[in-house]
Ligand binder design. Structure first.
Ligand code: HEM
Length: 383
């Protein structure tokens, strides 16, 4: 059965016919049951992403009520991802500059080593699921400067912390998220003070030079690098496995074409995005696509639908890792565009390459999966 709304679509087996119907409908459509305006065409997403009145958080609730004033909320409140204007720009510039300076070979070497050290046995779906989550976050933790002995506990704390970002979390999960926020905050703050070249220390130094002199915000954003890696990059690895399991010729290309794994991962990000949607909120009354939106109106931007808009990518429903200059919405666009795009793609590519080289690739035709419950993340759970 087709999904009935764009939030159900996120975890549907094949949401793309539904997204095509959304794109063919009115550019900005109100979904009365979700109480959301929905945008799915590429050009409209560009308009909303660059509209000065469209903000990442509702003015009345800068931090979700469930965590406001508590440790996880204190981190959330300071993330560049969750702020606009003055609270966003200097911090974003620093984060962007530092992540852009991480050499590709360091990313690939860290990921290859960590991925090979945790390899699941071929056919062990539970171990594959754990591997898919553990490798990206441990790789970023290692690049931040953590030693190997700390990586397992940083990954576990990140897993506990990200529960605060989901409205599906229980009270027990939120309590663990607060404890994890404090543990991660302490760990990254100590790391940032150490001499020695890791990304955490580089970010602290760049912040000082870049007029972003706010220790608590720097700490929060270091935690943010781990949390923003955690689910989305696992989803990119998982969705790439799904795409390759359906397309043996693409697996051959991944193995043998120049930059084969990287191209495959980038095309997966477009074709089956791990982040299917994001939101914006009107800070004041605005007119968009001929529709008058009142102040506070929430707009759901369906990134995964825009990726498949023929105005953005020719033959959008074809999975083609050799596609020239793909146009991606998966990593957002405009002021909040993801500064971790290149890092995430290189980590996912190196992880998949290590899985293949380590003879841990799932047996052909043996992969079965469903999707983890979520309103925006598309992450396969292998069975
Ligand atoms: C496949 C993996 C990833 C995907 C699909 C992804 C996607 C996104 C998206 C969609 C946004 C913006 C949301 C919006 O505009 O509403 C974003 C922002 C962000 N991402 Fe990623 N991301 C990924 C991995 C990473 C990694 C590995 C890092 C860093 C280590 C990272 C760091 C960030 C940061 C700091 C922001 C906030 C930027 C800002 O608000 O200006 N992401 N990401």
């Amino acid at each position: 059965m087709e999904p009935t709304d764009p939030l159900q679509a996120v975890t549907h087996g094949d949401p793309y016919p539904f997204y095509a119907r959304l794109r063919a409908g009115p550019p900005l459509a109100y979904d009365a049951s979700l109480k959301l305006w929905v945008a799915s065409r590429a050009a409209l997403l560009d308009e909303v992403f660059t509209h000065p009145a469209m903000r990442v958080r509702p003015a009345a609730e800068p931090v979700p009520a469930a965590i406001a004033g508590q440790p996880a909320g204190e981190v959330f409140a300071r993330l560049v991802r969750m702020n606009d204007g003055a609270g966003h720009q200097p911090a974003k510039r620093v984060v962007e500059q530092v992540l852009a300076g991480v050499p590709a070979q360091d990313v690939e070497a860290a990921t290859a080593r960590i991925a090979a050290g945790l390899l699941p046995r071929a056919g062990d779906a539970d171990a594959l699921n754990r591997w898919m989550f553990d490798v990206p976050v441990r790789s970023v933790a290692s690049l931040l400067g953590f030693g190997d002995a700390a990586l397992a506990s940083i990954a576990a704390s990140t897993r506990a912390f990200v529960a605060c970002l989901s409205h599906l979390s229980t009270a027990g999960q939120l309590a663990e998220a607060h404890a994890a926020a404090m543990a991660l905050g302490d760990a990254v703050a100590r790391l940032a003070q150490q001499e020695g070249g890791g990304v955490a220390a580089q970010l602290r130094a760049a912040a000082g030079a870049g007029q972003w002199d706010d220790t608590r915000a720097i700490t929060a954003n270091l935690v943010g690098l781990l949390s923003q890696t955690y689910e989305a990059t696992a989803g990119l690895v998982g969705n790439s496995l799904v795409a390759l399991s359906r397309d043996p010729a693409a697996l051959e290309q991944a193995m043998h074409a120049p930059n084969g794994w990287l191209r495959t991962v980038r095309e997966t990000a477009r074709f089956d995005s791990p982040v299917q949607n994001t939101r914006r909120f009107a800070a004041e009354a605005v007119r968009i696509a001929g529709v008058d939106l009142p102040a506070g109106a929430p707009v759901l931007l369906v990134l995964a639908a825009a990726n498949r808009d023929a105005q953005a990518n020719p033959d959008p429903d074809v999975f083609d890792p050799q596609r020239a200059a793909p146009c991606l919405y998966s990593f957002s666009r405009g002021a909040h565009a993801c500064p971790g795009q290149e890092l995430a793609c290189r980590i996912a590519a190196a992880a998949l390459q290590a899985l293949h080289a380590g003879a841990a690739w799932p047996h052909t035709g043996a992969l079965r999966w469903s999707y983890r419950p979520s309103g925006n993340g598309r992450l396969p759970v292998f069975q």
